[in-house]
Design a protein around this ligand. Structure first.
Ligand code: PAF
Length: 299
């Protein structure tokens, strides 16, 4: 049975035995010292509306820890006033059923007043310049909001491991950097993008896609495939091939399609050889989607 925790105090109290507990793995035999290991706790931070991508994160968490806690919290701080905070799907019963099915021990489900009690100003973790490129150019306050809530979750839950999806590649890179920069004592694990049979990356926002928009949403994965197919011909040709896909889809409006160094997220120029990350975002009607793919550039 998944135990639902709604306050910071209850969560700390419920997790205390796990945080402190040691699990004896060996016995004293012939004078040997007992082998013991800390009981490991994994966190899967989510905004709910769980899908198979989250299921993979939960399973990854389970492989690396004795206990799993999933947070379900639609974080207002990472939405701009004109974005979809109010309409973001919140199918709580369905989400809790998935957590039960996956044998998740704990669910942290705080209210806004618990996460952001009425202060005049909230302390923000800044993603800096790296948070203002790509997604950050279109959602300037988004990554500061993400890092702030993720830092709070790390402090409240104190996990040994936290799992994030590669679909949010820039988020993943920024969380990893925050963990290094702010010395959070935990390991970040990543799970690959989970796709529908036709290639659409799984996203909680896919539930917004109705009628022709569903077909048009394939333009993101098709654009990435086009980039991949032409990667051997260099950055300019590859990006032009991807952008052409968007030009032929009237219902899609591209925000960006870029190639960056897969390790550093630094922009790459013509002549770059090696592994790059193709990242894209587009609006399909009022739904904004993102996707990415690793591609090999050069010979
Ligand atoms: O990826 C998400 O769902 C959110 O950005 C996260 C990491 C749960 C923070 O709200």
């Amino acid at each position: 049975m998944t135990r639902i925790l709604k306050t910071v105090a209850d969560t700390r109290q419920a997790l205390e035995p796990i945080r402190k507990g040691t699990k004896v793995l060996g016995r004293i035999v012939g004078g040997r010292i007992p082998v013991s290991a800390k009981h490991r706790l994994a966190l899967v931070p989510t905004m709910g509306a769980l899908h198979d991508g989250h299921r993979e994160l939960i399973r990854l968490a389970r492989e690396h820890a004795d206990n799993v806690i999933v947070s379900l919290y639609v974080n207002p701080l990472q939405f701009a006033p004109d974005e979809d905070f109010e309409k973001y799907p919140r199918p709580v019963e369905q989400d809790l059923a998935m957590l039960e099915e996956e044998g998740v021990e704990f669910c942290f489900m705080p209210a806004d007043e618990e996460m952001y009690p009425e202060h005049e100003e909230v302390t923000i973790v800044s993603a800096g310049e790296a948070g203002r490129i790509l997604e950050g150019e279109f959602r300037p306050t988004h990554f500061d909001g993400v890092l702030t809530v993720v830092a709070k979750l790390f402090n409240i839950i104190d996990p040994d491991v936290a799992c994030f999806g590669e679909k949010d590649a820039q988020q993943l890179a920024l969380v990893r950097r925050m963990v290094d920069d702010l010395d959070f004592p935990l390991e970040i694990l990543a799970a690959p993008v989970v796709r529908e049979a036709d290639g659409l990356a799984r996203s909680s926002r896919n539930t917004y896609l109705q009628g022709e928009d569903r077909a048009a949403a394939l333009s993101l994965s098709k654009a990435l495939s086009a980039v991949e197919a032409k990667a051997g011909e260099g950055v300019t040709v590859a990006l032009a091939a991807g952008k052409e896909i968007y030009e032929h889809e009237a219902l899609a409006s591209m925000d960006y399609l870029e190639l960056v160094d897969a390790a550093s997220f630094a922009p790459i120029s013509e002549g770059f050889q090696g592994e790059a990350l193709a990242l894209t975002a587009a609006r399909i009607g009022t739904t904004r989607l993102i996707d990415n793919r690793r591609v090999q550039l050069g010979a």
